[in-house]
Design a protein around this ligand. Structure first.
Ligand SMILES: [Fe+2]
Ligand SMILES: [Fe+2]
Length: 317
C-alpha cells in the first residue's frame, strides 16, 4: 500500500514508494561524453513528477527498454528541487512491480458522490419539456450499462476534470451554467443547452482507456471524441421516429462546433445563438477547472505556478 503521494513530497526528504510510469526517456548529460541518463515522468492519483537516475549510458539504454508506460515501479531516492521544480533523484534503478493490488492509488477520482451526481442528471432530464430531446436523452440515461461508463469517464487526459467521474462533474457544471446564461438570455432554448451539456462530450466514454492511468484509446486516436460523439448521437436519433430534422441538425451541430474553432478540432464553427453560448459555457468551465487544478497540483511553497499546457502562470494566493 502506498504511503507517499506526489502532492505531499517535500524537498530533501527520502522517497521510497510506488508510482506508475507515464513517460520513459533518455537525456544527454551536459558533458556529452558521459552519454545519457534516465528520465521518467511518474504519477499517482495526486499528480505527476519527474524522476531521474544518474545512470551510465549503457545502463540507461538497458533500463529504458526494460521500463514502459503504465507500469508500476518502486522508486528509491530523494526529493530535490532544481530551478523551483521538485523532482525525485533516484539512488537505485526503478524496480518493476507486477500485479500491484491497489490501482486506486494511481487514478484520481472526483471528490463528489457519483451516484448522487447521476441522480441529479436524471432529475434534470426528467424536467425537460421538449418531448424529442427528452426521449433522446432517456435512450442514453435508461441504459444502465452505458451510464456506468458515462458516470465514471474522465473528461480529459490532462487539461481539466481528468479523473474518474470528471465527465459527469463537468456536465453538471455546464447544466447549471446554461441555466444562468438562459436567465439573462431567455429567448435561448434551454432544453437544447441542457441536451448540449449532456451530449457534447459523450464520445469521451470511448476516447480514453482508464487503467492505472488515463490514456487515449485506439478509438480516441482514430476518431477523437467529437466524431465518436457525433456518431453515437446520430445513431440514437435514428432510433426515434419522426425526430424533427431541424432539431437533429442543431444538436449534431453543437456536438461538432463545441470546440469553437477549426484549429481546436471542430469541423464547423458555431452558427446559431445556442451553439455560440454553449461553446463559451464549455470553454469557461474547462478553463476555470484547469486553473484550479494547476494550483492544486503544485505542492511547492511559491506564489506562482506555471501551466505548461496553457503556457501561462497562475497566481496561487
Ligand atoms: Fe470536447
Ligand atoms: Fe466539454
Amino acid at each position: 500500500m502506498k504511503k507517499q503521494f506526489v502532492s505531499q513530497l517535500k524537498k530533501d526528504e527520502p522517497v521510497n514508494d510506488f508510482f506508475v510510469i507515464s513517460n520513459v526517456s533518455q537525456r544527454p548529460y551536459k558533458n556529452t561524453s558521459k552519454g545519457n541518463y534516465l528520465q521518467l515522468a511518474v504519477q499517482d492519483k495526486t499528480g505527476t513528477i519527474s524522476a531521474k537516475l544518474w545512470s551510465e549510458g549503457e545502463e540507461t539504454s538497458r533500463l529504458s527498454q526494460h521500463l514502459s508506460n503504465a507500469q508500476v515501479v518502486k522508486l528509491s531516492g530523494k526529493a530535490e528541487e532544481y530551478q523551483g521544480r521538485l523532482s525525485i533523484v533516484l539512488t537505485e534503478a526503478p524496480e518493476k512491480i507486477e500485479n500491484y493490488e491497489s490501482p486506486e492509488d494511481f487514478i484520481p477520482k472526483t471528490d463528489k458522490d457519483i451516484p448522487k451526481m447521476l441522480q441529479n442528471l436524471k432529475d434534470e432530464i426528467s424536467k425537460i419539456s421538449d418531448p424529442h430531446i427528452k426521449q433522446l436523452l432517456e435512450l442514453f440515461s435508461n441504459d444502465d450499462e452505458f451510464m456506468k461508463k458515462y458516470s465514471t469517464a474522465p473528461a480529459a487526459k490532462v487539461m481539466h476534470h481528468n479523473f474518474i467521474g470528471g465527465l459527469l462533474e463537468h456536465v453538471l457544471n455546464l447544466i447549471s451554467a446554461s441555466k444562468t446564461i438562459h436567465s439573462s438570455h431567455p429567448e435561448l432554448n434551454l432544453d437544447l443547452l441542457i441536451a448540449a451539456s449532456i451530449l457534447h462530450d459523450i464520445g469521451k466514454i470511448d476516447e480514453y482507456d482508464v487503467g492505472l492511468k488515463i490514456d487515449i484509446s485506439d478509438e480516441g486516436r482514430f476518431y477523437g471524441h467529437i466524431s465518436i460523439g457525433y456518431r453515437l448521437v446520430a445513431s440514437k436519433i435514428e432510433e426515434i421516429s419522426e425526430f424533427p430534422k431541424e432539431l437533429e441538425r442543431k444538436i449534431l451541430h453543437i456536438i461538432l462546433s463545441h470546440h469553437g474553432e477549426k484549429q481546436y478540432g471542430s469541423p464547423v464553427e458555431p452558427i446559431f445563438p445556442e451553439a455560440v453560448a454553449f461553446h463559451n459555457i464549455d470553454k469557461t468551465d474547462a478553463s476555470i477547472q484547469n486553473a484550479k487544478q494547476s494550483i492544486q497540483n503544485d505542492n511547492q511553497e511559491r506564489d506562482w505556478t506555471y501551466d505548461s499546457i496553457q503556457k501561462r502562470f497562475y497566481y496561487k494566493k
